[in-house]
Design a protein around this ligand. Structure first.
Ligand code: GTP
Ligand code: MG
Length: 322
């Protein structure tokens, strides 16, 4: 096993092979790997933060990967260094498809300015999200200035991604009428833009109609007082340059956020939320590992289930021991 400096230097030099190795190290659950990756991350931290972090969510098949390939190629051609990461809760079980099928981003994966990393595996969504967040920092240290995070919008994963990016994009497809297609309120509130994809060929008219309907629905749902009014756009990820209007919108958002200090505030808030999430996770872990607590749990659980002890009193007992 190498020393931290090996990884730190390699990443800072933008060495792809070492960047990959560092991400693999980060994903390992072995204790010694965790310690090492912790040191590597600490060493890289001063070199992070200088990228635009973009999250893309949408139902399976909405075209997230195609969109990312199209936008990513366009940006890479302009000289940006693009990294693509994924949070895929389904990859823990069988059949997670995000970035699994490499052919979907073949062009992007061969470009010299890009780096693509499939979803890390993990026991919990929290674990996968944590690794994605740290992977993002490592990619930034390697000089990537645009990070695209793909997540499938089926559960909580999109919310954890929304909390780690500067711009959160919800990709939709036309076809289900004028409602918000089952987008959860939390997701809608977190969205910085909603994009109706596949606005091409025979879908074109339908997509434009869906865009209008969604716009109305968004206006009715979200308060007008926000600094940034979530726009609803339409695009085609298979047309050349079809994602450009979306990118222009992202840049306009970034300009506004930087003018109003919203950019820093958002990142600060995310960092603090992240810290507390880690504290909570750590506390739970320690609680579970505490032998005194473990010893009393069966008895206390039994009493609570038999109504001999109130849940509140039981919780106090457990916490007092800790
Ligand atoms: N016509 C058209 N087809 C598209 C467009 N974007 C994606 N597709 C097609 O839609 C299908 C699904 O696209 P993907 O990019 O794999 O979708 P995804 O959202 O990444 O799917 P998962 O990763 O499985 O959740 C593919 O057959 C794409 O070629 C588009 O803008 N127009
Ligand atoms: Mg995909």
């Amino acid at each position: 096993m190498e020393v931290p400096q090996f990884y730190i230097r390699g990443v800072l030099e933008g060495n792809r092979r070492i960047l990959s190795q560092t991400l693999t190290l980060l994903e390992s659950s072995l204790k010694k790997h965790k310690e090492l990756s912790g040191k590597v991350l600490e060493g890289l931290l001063p070199h992070t933060g200088r990228s635009l972090r973009l999250g893309i969510t949408g139902v399976p098949g909405a075209g997230k990967s195609t969109f990312i390939e199209s936008l990513g190629l366009d940006l890479a051609e302009k000289g940006h260094r693009v990294a693509v990461l994924a949070v895929d809760p389904s990859s823990q079980k069988a059949g997670g498809s995000i970035l699994g099928d490499k052919t979907r981003m073949q062009k992007l994966s061969f470009h010299e300015n890009t780096f693509i990393r499939p979803s890390p595996s993990g026991d919990t969504l929290g674990g996968v999200a944590a690794k994605t967040r740290e992977s993002m920092l490592i990619c930034e240290a390697a000089g990537h200035d645009v990070i695209l995070v793909e997540t499938v919008g089926v559960g909580q994963s999109e919310i954890s991604v929304a909390f780690m990016v500067d711009f959160f994009l919800v990709l939709m497809v036309a076809g289900t009428g004028d409602d918000l297609q089952g987008i959860k309120r939390g997701v809608l509130e977190a969205a910085d833009a909603i994009v109706v994809n596949k606005a091409d060929g025979k879908n074109f008219d339908g997509a434009l109609q869906a865009r209008k309907d969604l716009e109305r629905a968004v206006q009715m749902t979200l308060p007008e007082s926000r600094i940034w009014q979530t726009p609803v756009l339409a695009c085609s990820s298979v047309d050349e340059k079809g994602t450009r209007t979306v990118w222009d919108t992202i840049l306009a958002h970034q300009r506004l956020m930087k003018e109003t200090r919203g950019f820093e505030d958002r990142r600060k808030k995310q960092a603090l939320n992240w810290m507390w999430a880690l504290v909570e996770e750590g506390l739970k872990l320690r609680l579970n590992q505490n032998s005194a607590v473990a010893g009393m749990i069966p008895h206390v659980s039994d009493q609570v289930s038999k109504n001999l002890l109130s849940p509140m009193a039981a919780a106090h007992k457990v916490l007092e021991l800790f």
